[in-house]
Design a protein around this ligand. Structure first.
Ligand SMILES: *[C@@H]1O[C@H](CO)[C@@H](O)[C@H](O)[C@H]1NC(C)=O
Length: 72
């Protein structure tokens, strides 16, 4: 049960980081004005912010690693 929750949480964070990557490279981001509920909209905004945080964190880690090199 707990393992399943953790798995779901990791999947959610990965999806959010993926969306953050798309936003960083293309500027495309989910149109949150389509969400009618204010609280749900705020929740989704926070969710996307977590993804951007994770994305930035990964960029810092990869940037320091010699296993990755910058190509542009
Ligand atoms: C986002 O959704 C709103 C509400 O449906 C809509 O009015 C708006 O045009 C959408 N934005 C874009 C860029 O499509």
């Amino acid at each position: 049960m707990l393992g399943k929750l953790i798995h779901l949480g990791i999947d959610a964070v990965l999806l959010s980081a993926f969306l953050a990557g798309i936003k960083r490279s293309t500027g495309l981001t989910p149109n949150l004005t389509q969400v009618p509920n204010k609280d749900v909209r705020q929740l989704l905004r926070t969710y996307l912010e977590v993804g951007e945080y994770v994305f930035d964190f990964a960029v810092v880690i990869f940037g320091r690693s010699t296993s990755f090199e910058r190509r542009r």
